[in-house]
Design a protein around this ligand. Structure first.
Ligand SMILES: [Zn+2]
Ligand SMILES: [Zn+2]
Length: 151
């Protein structure tokens, strides 16, 4: 299924049974997986067209079609890079901070996009970004938060 250099399609979310982060491969058999923490079964709302087009139009966990796209950037790694750079900046006359900025930029571009659900916060990685999804919008987030709970 994989063509060229593409990231595996995964959906990451917090287990509602034990609050652990769960990463589900979207191409797992029938999109099912058990939580490594509590064994609770999770199932993705997969339609074959999603796997073929690699495009996610709606949340694969809760089905909501309101999603936003952000850079898949790990803040912890970024901060660690800067912490080390700051320590090294005295002996290197600040060059390490420049290097850290460049590493930061490189990571930012290499990691690509992550599509996040406004409703349940599930993170979809390795998919093609849908033109229907824009950057995080506080107004949308608030309207989603205020929507009547169906579950
Ligand atoms: Zn769990
Ligand atoms: Zn969702």
């Amino acid at each position: 299924m994989r063509r060229g250099f593409t990231r595996p399609m995964t959906v990451a979310f917090v287990c509602d049974g034990c609050d652990r982060a769960v990463h589900l491969p979207a191409d797992a058999p029938r999109g099912e997986s058990a939580c490594p923490g509590c064994g609770r079964g999770h199932r993705l709302l997969l339609v074959p067209s999603v796997l073929e087009s690699r495009r996610v139009e709606g949340c694969l966990l809760c089905g909501l079609d309101r999603l936003y796209v952000q850079k898949d950037f790990n803040r912890k790694i970024g901060l660690a890079v800067f912490a080390v750079a700051a320590l090294l900046s005295v002996p290197t006359w600040g060059l390490s901070l420049l290097a850290a900025t460049l590493i930061d930029l490189a990571l930012y571009h290499v990691l690509g996009d992550v599509t996040v659900c406004y409703g349940c916060g599930a993170q979809h990685r390795g998919f093609v970004r849908s033109p229907a999804h824009a950057a995080y919008d506080l107004h949308v987030a608030e309207s989603i938060a205020r929507r009547p709970k169906t579950a």
